[in-house]
Ligand binder design. Structure first.
Ligand code: NAI
Length: 395
């Protein structure tokens, strides 16, 4: 029997728990839930219902709930050799701080997904990562589009990615860890060469803040009378917005080229232009490939998700205080800006997005294009951890 610790009780954690238990009936889950209210709800749900359900494309799979053991004890959570955090990036820090005293070189701690800059934060907190300490694994994305159906009991998987990229610290471990996680998750885990590659290959950091700014900056006060009239999010990208997103992507490619030129032998192959990434990720789901705007508009996977809104008296208005900005700026675009700054690359388009959208959510990151705003301390920009050179990034 092997124990795996899952940290998190949201949509992704439900999908992961169901997937792990279904794939191998020797697995038991230690579910680490430090938030009291969530922990008691989960414990109650599994005590009242003998099975935990995973619903995938109309089929219902059941596993025994008694294989899930809920705990608030970080020492117990750290007893499993594999620990997987399935939480938004802002929750990595408290969880790492709680587990840190109990982690040893026997532990592998993974973030599913990692977002950007996890390596700097984890090294800062765990100290020994990459030396004699535990192994850190970061995943490029959550493998599923999923939603809880009934808390602690049932989850629906709407879509599963065919493969997911992952990087590791120390990086020599990635081959072995990719194999282990491929088996656990039941999908190809593609080994990335470095955590830097993982941070720069995070496309959500371009797409989410980029679309919020380029498509919706002039529609923030507009009231949509009904839910049906709320515009689609991804599929609203027009020619002008696509051109803007393309410029953001080009700036990331310039960072990649600069790193590769200055460090011959250091390669970052997974960082590609947004249009290439869309084609690789969605393949035949993209019906029109003539240009980037058509790719967004014709992607079948993008035809239902609408721009996030909040209810107002006369209808719905765009909600800017959502993870597209509150997560993708501090744990995405700000990290990229920090990497650019460390290697001396100008990023005027990315700077514009950060400066304007951070003001919408009441944050100050950049002042005159420099990472000196009061809220940089809450991001995972490498400079927050005292790293401000290519040497430091690569090390
Ligand atoms: P969620 O909002 O359903 O769950 C968040 C969970 O994080 C909470 O239930 C709680 O267990 C945990 N948490 C929050 N603050 C915490 C803290 N301070 N300490 C400890 N735990 C804390 O989020 P979801 O949907 O599970 O997403 C997880 C990550 O996966 C996010 O980064 C999200 O953007 C990403 N993602 C989710 C997708 C989905 O379909 N659900 C698709 C693609 C990415």
């Amino acid at each position: 029997m092997s124990w795996i610790t899952v940290c998190g009780g949201g949509n992704g954690a439900h999908a992961l728990i169901g997937t792990l238990l279904l794939r191998d009936n020797r697995i038991q889950i230690r579910l680490y839930l430090p938030i009291e209210e969530e922990r008691s709800r989960f414990a109650e749900a599994i005590s009242c219902q003998p099975s935990f359900e995973l619903r995938v494309t109309g089929k219902v799979y059941s596993v025994a709930s008694k294989r899930i053991h809920v705990t608030a004890d970080p020492k117990e959570a750290a007893r499993s050799s594999v620990i997987i955090m399935v939480v938004p990036a802002f929750a990595h820090e408290p969880i790492l701080l709680q587990l840190a005293p109990y982690l040893t070189k026997e532990n592998t701690i993974a973030a599913l997904p990692a977002r950007s800059g996890l390596e700097y934060q984890a090294c800062d907190i765990l100290g020994k990562v990459g030396q004699n300490g535990c192994v850190l694994v970061g995943f490029q994305t959550l493998p599923w589009a999923c939603r809880i159906k009934e808390f602690g009991r049932s989850v629906i998987i709407h879509g599963t990615k065919k493969r997911v990229g992952a990087a590791c610290l120390p990086k020599k471990e990635i081959g072995e860890k990719a194999k282990i996680f491929s088996t656990l998750l039941g999908m190809d885990v593609i080994p990335y060469r470095s955590m830097l590659e993982l941070s720069l290959a995070n496309t959500g950091q371009l797409i989410h803040p980029g679309i919020m700014y380029s498509v919706f900056r002039n529609r923030r006060t507009e009231v949509f009378p009904s839910e049906d009239e709320v515009p689609l999010f991804y599929a609203s990208v027009d020619g002008e917005a696509a051109e803007f997103l393309s410029r953001m992507s080009d700036e990331v490619l310039t960072i990649k080229d600069t790193v590769e030129q200055e460090r011959p032998g250091f390669k970052i192959p997974s960082v590609v232009h947004l249009s290439q990434w869309l084609l690789d990720a969605y393949g035949d789901d993209i019906r029109g490939t003539a240009n980037l705007a058509r790719m967004f508009q014709s992607n079948q996977g993008y035809q239902t998700l609408r721009v996030p809104v909040k209810k107002v008296d006369s209808g719905y208005r765009v909600n800017v205080k959502v993870r597209y900005l509150t997560e993708d700026l501090p744990f995405g675009l700000l990290v990229t800006k920090g990497i650019a700054s460390a290697v001396g690359v100008e990023t005027p388009t990315i700077d514009e997005v950060i400066t304007k959208t951070s003001a919408w959510i009441g944050k100050e990151y950049l002042i005159n294009g420099r990472l000196i705003g009061r809220d940089v301390i809450t991001t995972r920009a490498p400079q927050r951890y005292g790293i401000d050179s290519l040497e430091g990034l690569v090390r």
